[in-house]
Design a protein around this ligand. Sequence first.
Ligand code: HBI
Ligand code: FE
Length: 288
Amino acid sequence: MVGKVQRQAVPPLGAAADWTIDQAYADYSAAEHAVWSKLFHRQLAMLENRACPEFFAGLRALELRADAIPEFSELNRRLEALTGWRVVAVPGLVPDVVFFKHLSERRFCAGRFIRSPEQLDYLEAPDVFHDVFGHVPMLCDPVFADYMVEYGKGGLKADGRGLLDRLARLYWYTVEFGLTQTEEGVRIYGAGIVSSAAESCFSLESPSPHRVGFELERVMRTPYRIDDFQQIYFVIPSLAELRRITLQDFSGLYDRLAQCDDIPIAKLLDGDLVFNRGDSSYGSLPKA
Ligand code: HBI
Ligand code: FE
Protein backbone atom coordinates (compact mmCIF):
# COMPACT_ATOMS: atom_id res chain seq x y z
CA MET A 1 0.00 0.00 0.00
CA VAL A 2 1.30 3.42 -0.92
CA GLY A 3 0.16 6.60 0.72
CA LYS A 4 0.82 6.60 4.40
CA VAL A 5 4.46 7.26 5.10
CA GLN A 6 5.88 4.77 7.53
CA ARG A 7 8.03 6.68 9.95
CA GLN A 8 11.19 4.79 10.64
CA ALA A 9 10.95 5.14 14.39
CA VAL A 10 14.02 4.42 16.46
CA PRO A 11 14.04 3.92 20.21
CA PRO A 12 14.90 7.04 22.23
CA LEU A 13 18.30 7.40 23.84
CA GLY A 14 18.68 5.07 26.82
CA ALA A 15 16.16 2.53 25.51
CA ALA A 16 17.12 -0.88 24.16
CA ALA A 17 16.56 -1.92 20.53
CA ASP A 18 13.20 -3.41 21.58
CA TRP A 19 12.29 -0.07 23.19
CA THR A 20 12.44 -1.38 26.75
CA ILE A 21 14.02 0.61 29.56
CA ASP A 22 15.00 -0.11 33.14
CA GLN A 23 12.18 0.60 35.57
CA ALA A 24 14.75 2.36 37.83
CA TYR A 25 12.49 1.59 40.75
CA ALA A 26 14.58 3.42 43.36
CA ASP A 27 14.12 6.66 41.43
CA TYR A 28 10.38 6.95 42.10
CA SER A 29 9.70 9.74 44.58
CA ALA A 30 7.40 9.57 47.60
CA ALA A 31 5.04 11.90 45.74
CA GLU A 32 4.89 9.46 42.81
CA HIS A 33 4.11 6.53 45.10
CA ALA A 34 1.41 8.71 46.68
CA VAL A 35 -0.24 9.22 43.28
CA TRP A 36 -0.36 5.44 42.78
CA SER A 37 -1.86 5.00 46.23
CA LYS A 38 -4.53 7.61 45.70
CA LEU A 39 -5.54 6.15 42.34
CA PHE A 40 -5.46 2.59 43.68
CA HIS A 41 -7.82 3.31 46.58
CA ARG A 42 -10.13 5.38 44.44
CA GLN A 43 -10.45 2.70 41.75
CA LEU A 44 -10.87 -0.16 44.18
CA ALA A 45 -13.86 1.59 45.72
CA MET A 46 -15.23 2.42 42.28
CA LEU A 47 -14.90 -1.08 40.83
CA GLU A 48 -16.88 -3.02 43.40
CA ASN A 49 -19.80 -4.63 41.55
CA ARG A 50 -18.53 -3.08 38.32
CA ALA A 51 -15.38 -4.97 37.28
CA CYS A 52 -15.57 -8.62 36.19
CA PRO A 53 -14.56 -11.49 38.53
CA GLU A 54 -11.44 -12.25 36.46
CA PHE A 55 -10.13 -8.75 37.10
CA PHE A 56 -10.47 -9.10 40.87
CA ALA A 57 -8.96 -12.58 40.79
CA GLY A 58 -5.94 -11.14 38.98
CA LEU A 59 -5.61 -8.26 41.40
CA ARG A 60 -5.58 -10.69 44.32
CA ALA A 61 -3.16 -13.10 42.66
CA LEU A 62 -0.70 -10.30 41.94
CA GLU A 63 -0.91 -9.01 45.52
CA LEU A 64 -0.64 -5.48 44.13
CA ARG A 65 0.17 -3.06 46.92
CA ALA A 66 -2.00 -0.06 47.58
CA ASP A 67 0.82 2.05 48.98
CA ALA A 68 3.52 1.90 46.31
CA ILE A 69 4.08 1.62 42.59
CA PRO A 70 4.75 -2.08 41.89
CA GLU A 71 8.28 -3.22 41.22
CA PHE A 72 8.11 -5.06 37.90
CA SER A 73 10.66 -7.73 38.83
CA GLU A 74 8.55 -8.73 41.82
CA LEU A 75 5.28 -8.47 39.91
CA ASN A 76 6.72 -10.65 37.16
CA ARG A 77 7.50 -13.50 39.52
CA ARG A 78 3.78 -13.87 40.22
CA LEU A 79 2.57 -13.08 36.72
CA GLU A 80 4.99 -15.44 34.99
CA ALA A 81 4.01 -18.29 37.26
CA LEU A 82 0.36 -17.76 36.36
CA THR A 83 0.35 -17.28 32.58
CA GLY A 84 3.95 -16.85 31.40
CA TRP A 85 3.45 -13.12 30.83
CA ARG A 86 5.92 -10.44 31.90
CA VAL A 87 5.74 -6.69 32.21
CA VAL A 88 8.51 -4.62 30.60
CA ALA A 89 9.03 -0.89 31.07
CA VAL A 90 8.90 1.43 28.05
CA PRO A 91 9.35 5.20 27.77
CA GLY A 92 5.85 5.86 26.39
CA LEU A 93 3.97 4.82 23.28
CA VAL A 94 6.00 2.44 21.15
CA PRO A 95 5.47 1.73 17.42
CA ASP A 96 2.71 -0.75 16.62
CA VAL A 97 5.02 -3.47 15.35
CA VAL A 98 7.23 -3.25 18.43
CA PHE A 99 4.14 -3.44 20.61
CA PHE A 100 2.75 -6.46 18.71
CA LYS A 101 6.07 -8.28 18.84
CA HIS A 102 6.16 -7.92 22.61
CA LEU A 103 2.57 -9.11 22.94
CA SER A 104 3.18 -12.12 20.71
CA GLU A 105 6.02 -13.11 23.05
CA ARG A 106 4.00 -12.56 26.22
CA ARG A 107 5.54 -9.25 27.21
CA PHE A 108 3.32 -6.34 28.09
CA CYS A 109 4.77 -2.86 27.58
CA ALA A 110 4.10 -0.62 30.56
CA GLY A 111 4.89 3.04 30.94
CA ARG A 112 7.46 3.67 33.66
CA PHE A 113 6.18 7.13 34.54
CA ILE A 114 3.13 8.04 36.59
CA ARG A 115 0.77 10.96 35.98
CA SER A 116 1.15 14.10 38.05
CA PRO A 117 -1.05 14.75 41.11
CA GLU A 118 -2.54 17.75 39.27
CA GLN A 119 -3.72 15.55 36.42
CA LEU A 120 -5.15 12.45 38.06
CA ASP A 121 -7.80 12.03 35.36
CA TYR A 122 -5.99 13.13 32.27
CA LEU A 123 -3.50 11.03 30.36
CA GLU A 124 -1.66 11.77 27.15
CA ALA A 125 0.21 8.49 27.12
CA PRO A 126 -0.43 5.30 29.09
CA ASP A 127 1.30 5.52 32.47
CA VAL A 128 2.22 2.84 35.00
CA PHE A 129 -1.16 3.05 36.73
CA HIS A 130 -3.17 2.52 33.57
CA ASP A 131 -0.82 -0.17 32.31
CA VAL A 132 -0.28 -2.15 35.50
CA PHE A 133 -3.51 -1.66 37.44
CA GLY A 134 -5.62 -1.63 34.28
CA HIS A 135 -4.05 -4.30 32.11
CA VAL A 136 -2.02 -6.71 34.20
CA PRO A 137 -4.78 -8.25 36.37
CA MET A 138 -6.51 -9.50 33.20
CA LEU A 139 -3.21 -10.98 32.00
CA CYS A 140 -3.42 -13.34 35.00
CA ASP A 141 -6.41 -15.01 33.39
CA PRO A 142 -5.22 -17.84 31.12
CA VAL A 143 -7.93 -17.28 28.52
CA PHE A 144 -7.43 -13.55 28.28
CA ALA A 145 -3.66 -14.04 28.35
CA ASP A 146 -3.93 -16.24 25.25
CA TYR A 147 -6.21 -13.75 23.52
CA MET A 148 -3.55 -11.06 23.93
CA VAL A 149 -0.86 -13.30 22.45
CA GLU A 150 -3.07 -14.04 19.44
CA TYR A 151 -3.77 -10.35 19.06
CA GLY A 152 -0.05 -9.62 18.92
CA LYS A 153 0.50 -12.33 16.31
CA GLY A 154 -2.44 -11.00 14.29
CA GLY A 155 -0.97 -7.52 14.45
CA LEU A 156 2.35 -8.71 13.06
CA LYS A 157 0.53 -10.46 10.21
CA ALA A 158 -1.69 -7.47 9.43
CA ASP A 159 1.21 -5.02 9.45
CA GLY A 160 2.03 -3.49 6.09
CA ARG A 161 -1.32 -4.53 4.61
CA GLY A 162 -3.15 -1.35 5.55
CA LEU A 163 -5.26 -3.24 8.05
CA LEU A 164 -3.90 -1.97 11.31
CA ASP A 165 -6.62 0.62 11.83
CA ARG A 166 -9.21 -2.16 11.74
CA LEU A 167 -7.25 -4.31 14.12
CA ALA A 168 -6.68 -1.38 16.45
CA ARG A 169 -10.46 -1.07 16.77
CA LEU A 170 -10.65 -4.63 18.01
CA TYR A 171 -8.04 -3.83 20.66
CA TRP A 172 -9.79 -0.62 21.61
CA TYR A 173 -13.27 -2.12 21.99
CA THR A 174 -12.06 -5.21 23.87
CA VAL A 175 -8.75 -4.82 25.72
CA GLU A 176 -9.26 -1.12 26.47
CA PHE A 177 -13.02 -0.53 26.63
CA GLY A 178 -14.61 -3.97 26.75
CA LEU A 179 -17.64 -5.02 28.79
CA THR A 180 -18.62 -8.62 29.46
CA GLN A 181 -21.69 -10.48 30.57
CA THR A 182 -21.40 -12.27 33.91
CA GLU A 183 -23.85 -14.06 36.18
CA GLU A 184 -24.23 -10.80 38.10
CA GLY A 185 -24.89 -8.71 35.02
CA VAL A 186 -22.71 -6.67 32.68
CA ARG A 187 -19.24 -5.99 34.06
CA ILE A 188 -16.08 -4.19 32.96
CA TYR A 189 -12.90 -5.91 31.77
CA GLY A 190 -11.34 -3.14 29.61
CA ALA A 191 -8.23 -1.49 31.05
CA GLY A 192 -9.16 1.99 29.84
CA ILE A 193 -12.32 1.75 31.92
CA VAL A 194 -11.02 0.02 35.05
CA SER A 195 -8.27 2.61 35.36
CA SER A 196 -10.68 5.57 35.02
CA ALA A 197 -12.91 6.62 37.91
CA ALA A 198 -15.41 8.51 35.77
CA GLU A 199 -15.64 5.98 32.95
CA SER A 200 -16.09 2.98 35.25
CA CYS A 201 -19.38 4.55 36.23
CA PHE A 202 -20.28 6.04 32.84
CA SER A 203 -19.65 2.89 30.83
CA LEU A 204 -22.10 0.80 32.85
CA GLU A 205 -24.64 3.25 34.20
CA SER A 206 -24.97 6.24 31.91
CA PRO A 207 -28.03 6.15 29.62
CA SER A 208 -25.99 8.03 27.02
CA PRO A 209 -23.81 5.43 25.23
CA HIS A 210 -24.99 2.42 23.27
CA ARG A 211 -24.15 -0.95 24.78
CA VAL A 212 -24.42 -3.69 22.19
CA GLY A 213 -23.36 -7.30 21.76
CA PHE A 214 -19.85 -7.89 20.44
CA GLU A 215 -19.71 -8.82 16.78
CA LEU A 216 -16.22 -9.02 15.31
CA GLU A 217 -16.90 -7.57 11.87
CA ARG A 218 -19.11 -4.82 13.26
CA VAL A 219 -16.46 -3.82 15.81
CA MET A 220 -13.82 -3.56 13.11
CA ARG A 221 -16.09 -1.21 11.15
CA THR A 222 -16.69 1.11 14.10
CA PRO A 223 -14.36 4.09 14.63
CA TYR A 224 -13.61 5.16 18.19
CA ARG A 225 -12.82 8.32 20.06
CA ILE A 226 -9.70 8.88 22.07
CA ASP A 227 -10.58 12.26 23.61
CA ASP A 228 -13.70 11.49 25.62
CA PHE A 229 -15.93 8.70 26.97
CA GLN A 230 -16.95 6.15 24.36
CA GLN A 231 -20.29 6.54 22.58
CA ILE A 232 -20.61 2.80 22.14
CA TYR A 233 -19.43 -0.19 24.17
CA PHE A 234 -19.41 -3.80 23.01
CA VAL A 235 -20.41 -6.57 25.40
CA ILE A 236 -18.82 -10.01 25.00
CA PRO A 237 -20.68 -13.10 26.30
CA SER A 238 -17.52 -14.29 28.09
CA LEU A 239 -13.73 -14.21 27.77
CA ALA A 240 -13.82 -17.74 26.37
CA GLU A 241 -16.22 -16.61 23.62
CA LEU A 242 -13.96 -13.66 22.79
CA ARG A 243 -11.00 -15.95 22.40
CA ARG A 244 -13.00 -18.45 20.35
CA ILE A 245 -14.32 -15.79 17.97
CA THR A 246 -10.90 -14.26 17.40
CA LEU A 247 -9.01 -17.55 17.02
CA GLN A 248 -9.74 -17.67 13.31
CA ASP A 249 -7.69 -16.64 10.35
CA PHE A 250 -8.72 -13.06 9.58
CA SER A 251 -7.97 -13.19 5.82
CA GLY A 252 -11.58 -13.71 4.73
CA LEU A 253 -12.73 -11.13 7.22
CA TYR A 254 -10.25 -8.56 5.90
CA ASP A 255 -11.43 -9.23 2.32
CA ARG A 256 -15.02 -8.59 3.35
CA LEU A 257 -14.09 -5.49 5.33
CA ALA A 258 -12.37 -4.03 2.27
CA GLN A 259 -15.84 -3.90 0.65
CA CYS A 260 -17.51 -2.28 3.68
CA ASP A 261 -17.81 1.30 4.81
CA ASP A 262 -17.25 2.36 8.39
CA ILE A 263 -20.29 2.53 10.61
CA PRO A 264 -20.93 5.98 12.11
CA ILE A 265 -19.89 5.78 15.74
CA ALA A 266 -23.32 6.55 17.23
CA LYS A 267 -25.39 4.45 14.82
CA LEU A 268 -27.18 1.26 15.80
CA LEU A 269 -27.68 -1.46 13.19
CA ASP A 270 -30.70 -3.71 12.71
CA GLY A 271 -28.66 -6.75 13.66
CA ASP A 272 -27.27 -5.30 16.89
CA LEU A 273 -28.01 -7.09 20.13
CA VAL A 274 -28.99 -4.03 22.14
CA PHE A 275 -28.29 -3.92 25.89
CA ASN A 276 -28.83 -0.17 25.99
CA ARG A 277 -30.03 2.12 23.23
CA GLY A 278 -28.00 5.22 24.05
CA ASP A 279 -29.89 8.49 24.34
CA SER A 280 -26.80 10.68 23.70
CA SER A 281 -27.72 12.77 26.73
CA TYR A 282 -24.07 13.19 27.68
CA GLY A 283 -22.46 16.25 26.08
CA SER A 284 -18.70 16.14 26.40
CA LEU A 285 -15.94 16.38 28.96
CA PRO A 286 -15.28 19.91 30.19
CA LYS A 287 -12.26 21.23 28.37
CA ALA A 288 -9.10 21.21 30.47
N1 HBI B 1 2.59 1.51 23.12
N2 HBI B 1 3.29 1.80 25.29
C1 HBI B 1 2.33 1.47 24.42
N3 HBI B 1 1.11 1.08 24.88
C2 HBI B 1 0.10 0.72 24.03
O1 HBI B 1 -0.99 0.38 24.48
C3 HBI B 1 0.35 0.76 22.64
C4 HBI B 1 1.62 1.17 22.22
N4 HBI B 1 1.90 1.22 20.91
C5 HBI B 1 0.95 0.84 19.92
C6 HBI B 1 -0.35 0.41 20.43
N5 HBI B 1 -0.61 0.40 21.71
C7 HBI B 1 -1.37 -0.01 19.41
O2 HBI B 1 -0.74 -0.84 18.48
C8 HBI B 1 -2.58 -0.74 19.99
O3 HBI B 1 -3.43 0.23 20.53
C9 HBI B 1 -3.31 -1.50 18.94
FE1 FE C 1 -4.02 0.52 27.59
